[in-house]
Design a protein. Structure first.
Ligand code: OAD
Length: 242
């Protein structure tokens, strides 16, 4: 039981924000670390609506390669631990991920929200339906719903609005604990969640390899590789539950 006034014992609702650092040890490049994706490619060339208009082949090829690559990767102990937390946590839990891979789901997590879209979806700009997509888009295949050749990657590009923001803010408002894992805190609105949480009196915890840009906003920061600090934290929070 422990101290009933202790903070961890009062935690019932949890919002977790994950970023590229949670998938790094699965062999998926992060964006801003040395050698990361945004060192290899200019954001303006591949990750904006303007880039897609200007040079669709380049953009489609870039995402086709990424889509193929993630299907060869496996969840790591950080994904496994979060899936275990999802299974065993009886309070509210929402894993808001900026990642467009499916490693949280493949590890078994259910309560996952992809705010930046998903590699394994194709979005039809003609009929607005999203279809599960594991192959390539470069050959301009027909949309399985409407037959138009109007599919694009279901990825939120720079300048576009992340998905399901209302749901995310509602979950943060109702949370007792906000945990940020493996994200540099460079991209808004996700980077601002910690401040939103804090202003609402929600306890905040950062788990990352190094201090993120907004690290000083967190009540506590634990540094280390996700594959070790995430399972440790999950063990701790499940053990602390009364
Ligand atoms: P970044 O590449 O900006 O940051 C990754 C973070 O993970 C850094 O703070 C690293 O220190 C940390 N990290 C690296 N390896 C780690 C490990 N093994 N364990 C724990 N942490 C580790 O990636 P994001 O913050 O996810 O958006 O980037 C946010 C968004 O920017 C992405 O969703 C993407 C990108 O542009 C879109 O594509 C819309």
């Amino acid at each position: 039981m422990g101290d009933m006034n202790g903070k961890s014992n009062g935690i019932r609702n949890i919002v977790i924000l994950t970023g590229a650092g949670v998938s790094a040890e699965s062999g998926i490049d992060t964006f801003r670390d040395g050698g990361g994706l945004w060192e290899q490619h200019r954001v303006e060339d591949v990750a904006t609506p303007e880039a897609f208009e200007r040079d669709p082949e380049l953009v489609l090829r870039f995402y086709d390669m990424r889509r193929e690559a993630i299907q060869t990767k496996e969840p790591n102990p950080a994904h496994d631990a979060l899936a275990r937390l999802d299974r065993e946590w009886s309070g509210e839990l929402l894993i808001v991920t900026q990642n467009v891979d499916d490693l949280h789901e493949r590890a078994g997590a259910r309560r996952v929200l992809h705010m930046h879209g998903e590699h394994l979806n194709a979005w039809c700009t003609a009929c607005d339906v999203r279809s599960r997509w594991t192959g390539t888009l470069i050959e301009r295949p027909a949309c399985p719903e409407c037959g138009e050749a109007a599919l694009r990657p279901d990825i939120v590009w720079f300048g576009e609005m992340p998905y399901r923001m209302d749901e995310i803010f509602t979950a943060i408002r109702e949370a007792d604990l906000f945990v940020s894992i493996g994200t540099s805190g460079a991209v808004y609105p996700a980077a601002g969640f910690v401040r939103d949480a804090k202003s609402l009196g929600v306890e905040t915890l950062e788990l990352n390899l190094e201090r993120s840009q907004g690290s000083h906003w967190f009540d506590e920061t634990r540094l280390g590789p996700a594959s070790s600090i995430v399972p440790d934290w999950v063990e701790e929070i499940l053990g602390n539950r009364d």
